[in-house]
Design a protein around this ligand. Structure first.
Ligand code: PGA
Length: 251
């Protein structure tokens, strides 16, 4: 039996004004008061973090950011430091989302620095990895993921990584309505856990939560969660509506 506590995380991407974020967060907090066996996180845009965090303070809902920069402070126009996120009330931070890799030049090397900085600041990093459609078709899925994990977690130790969460998000399933089948996802999650055991050790590998992401909806979450190595979900589109997201949380 797995002792891993499921985590259902919502990534709001570049959606919602402060007022909209507050409204959704308030509704979600209200609809999840009875949830006690699942961790819940929402990641609003930076501008809404403080507002949302103070709103959900006494609820089951935790707050995460969608990105950070690895330096503590300095002349880095447009960037946000890890300590600024904890100050805003964040407990989690999404790192290396495929949209950041694709549009903002993130690499496994910058991801690695961000993970280290998040851990130092006491934030739980959600490391996103995943293969493109072309890579899957070329049978490169496992080698791509192997590289992303090894480079993303380079020079880090199991002891420091206790808060690490991994999100497997096949790029071809993000925002497309095409979900990986639960078997496809399980196969990858099992591979990832084996890889973590090889790189670190068995107990660590068994303790790390591995989320699936990519077109997760109320009607496919239960099937995904029934898989041995799927410990939760990173949800984009379906996390924007409180009622829909609450249905996913209470799968
Ligand atoms: P989606 O996005 O649920 O809209 O497919 C997932 C993600 O980008 O994390």
């Amino acid at each position: 039996m797995s002792t891993r506590r499921p985590l259902i995380a919502g990534n709001w991407k570049m959606y919602k004004t402060v007022a909209e974020a507050e409204e959704t967060a308030r509704a979600l907090a209200g609809q999840t008061t009875d949830v006690d066996s699942v961790d819940i996180m929402i990641a609003p845009p930076f501008t809404a973090l403080t507002h949302v965090a103070s709103l959900v303070k006494n609820s089951r809902v935790a707050v995460g950011a969608q990105n950070l920069f690895w330096e503590k402070e300095g002349a880095y126009t447009g960037e946000i430091a890890p300590g600024m996120l904890t100050e805003a009330g964040c407990r989690y931070v999404i790192i290396g989302h495929s949209e950041r890799r694709q549009h903002f030049g993130e690499t496994d090397e910058t991801v690695n620095k961000k993970i280290a900085a998040a851990l130092t600041a006491g934030l739980a990093p959600i490391l996103c990895i995943g293969e493109s459609e072309a890579q899957r078709e070329a049978d490169e899925t496992f080698s791509v993921l192997d590289k992303q994990i090894k480079r993303g977690l380079k020079d880090l130790f199991a002891n420091d990584l206790r808060e690490l969460v991994i999100a497997y998000e096949p790029i071809w399933a993000i925002g497309t309505g095409k979900t990986a089948t639960s078997e496809q996802a399980q196969q990858v999650h099992q591979f990832l856990r084996g890889l973590l055991a090889e790189l670190f050790d068995e107990p660590f590998a068994r303790s790390v939560r591995i989320l699936y992401g990519g077109s997760v909806k109320p009607d496919n979450i239960a099937e995904l969660m029934s898989m041995e190595d799927i410990d939760g979900a990173l949800v984009g589109g379906a996390s924007l509506n409180a009622e829909t997201f609450a249905r996913i949380v209470t799968y």
